[in-house]
Write a protein that binds this ligand. Structure first.
Ligand code: ADP
Ligand code: MG
Length: 303
């Protein structure tokens, strides 16, 4: 058994070189990744397409083998079957049984994990609620699912075994802004339950505000690692935020600053992100004055 004190994920010099048909080196997809992900963290493995994110996940799951280096997951070597039941995985593309409906596919995967019928009958509707698939969607065949619905059922599938560690490969791909927000809220609620989440994404802006720490991969190499707020902080710039200043007061402030010898100043009004603007419009149009819709549960000031 994995000791509860082990790290969630530890890799050492993890490297993957894909070979071509003749066994010659072809692509160095992951190059010397040494990384520790702590339990209870939401960790983002970010970077453009082709930077080695999915390769990392496949190595962690033991679906492919490293050319060099090693990985441990919940204290066990990557790929050991003893920990499979503690891991949930949302692949980049879910190949789902097209002729089953949402409810059936979850029951199918639940049975693979040998979850008993009573527990499943309770857990399946709960999960469908959590991922926001309504009664109609549940009875629909998966081949009729939109990309966003497929991501949702894929996530429910990844959670069927109530895993400790959840690996999400491109969780927001195909989701609209509301769906993205909901996915982020879901990830945060998993964190609140004490779970560890490793997510991969090339959509940096989508996920930056749910990750405790991130690393950016580029061409298989780790470029940077740290807490999002530290990485995004521009240390040599200071912002002062206030409300209700008149134009006269702003002029006065500028003069005062210049009196202090601070000359290179820019006093502006803040802008919002397009996502927040969109969410505000949706909120206003659903006439929900308290700032809440079923879709929008994030704090209004969250970026
Ligand atoms: P990401 O998930 O960041 O988009 P991947 O890990 O899927 O990146 O791919 C990293 C690199 O490895 C890419 O150049 C990709 O083309 C290559 N690659 C991925 N899988 C294979 C494979 N099975 N055989 C050969 N090359 C591969
Ligand atoms: Mg990928």
């Amino acid at each position: 058994m994995a000791a509860a004190t082990s790290e969630a994920i530890e890799t050492e010099h993890l490297t993957k070189v894909y070979k071509d048909f003749w066994g010659r080196d072809k692509v160095r997809a992951l190059d010397d990744l040494t990384l520790t992900i702590h339990r209870g963290e939401v960790f983002g493995l970010l970077g453009p397409n082709g930077s080695g994110k999915s390769t990392t996940i496949k190595l962690l799951l033991g679906l492919i083998f490293p050319t060099r280096g090693s990985a441990r997951i919940l204290g066990q070597p990557a790929g050991s079957t003893a920990i499979n039941e503690k891991i949930g995985f949302l692949p980049e593309e879910s190949y789902l049984y097209r002729f089953l409906n949402g409810e059936e596919i979850l029951k199918f995967y639940g049975r693979l994990f040998k979850i008993d019928r009573r527990t499943l009958n309770k857990r399946v509707p709960e999960l469908l609620d959590i991922v926001g698939l309504d009664a109609k969607a549940r009875k629909r065949k998966l081949r009729e699912y939109s990309k966003g619905m497929a991501r949702r059922i894929g996530l429910a599938q990844a959670l069927i075994n109530n895993p400790e560690l959840i690996l999400l490969d491109e969780p927001t791909t195909g989701l609209d802004p509301i769906g993205t927000r909901e996915m982020k809220d879901l990830i945060l609620s998993l964190k609140e339950q004490g779970k560890t989440v490793l997510l991969c994404s090339h959509l940096l802006a989508d996920v930056q505000d749910v990750c405790d720490r991130i690393t950016i991969l580029f061409r298989g190499k780790m470029q940077t690692l740290g807490a999002v707020k530290d990485l995004l902080q521009v240390k040599d710039v200071t912002n002062i935020e206030t409300r209700g200043m008149s134009e006269g007061q702003i002029k006065q402030l500028q003069l005062n600053l210049s009196g202090m010898g601070v000359n290179d100043t820019k006093i502006t009004h803040p802008t919002t992100s397009l996502e927040d603007l969109f969410m505000r419009i949706v909120r206003e149009n659903t006439g929900n004055g308290d700032g809440k819709t079923t879709a929008y549960t994030g704090s209004p000031e969250a970026k």
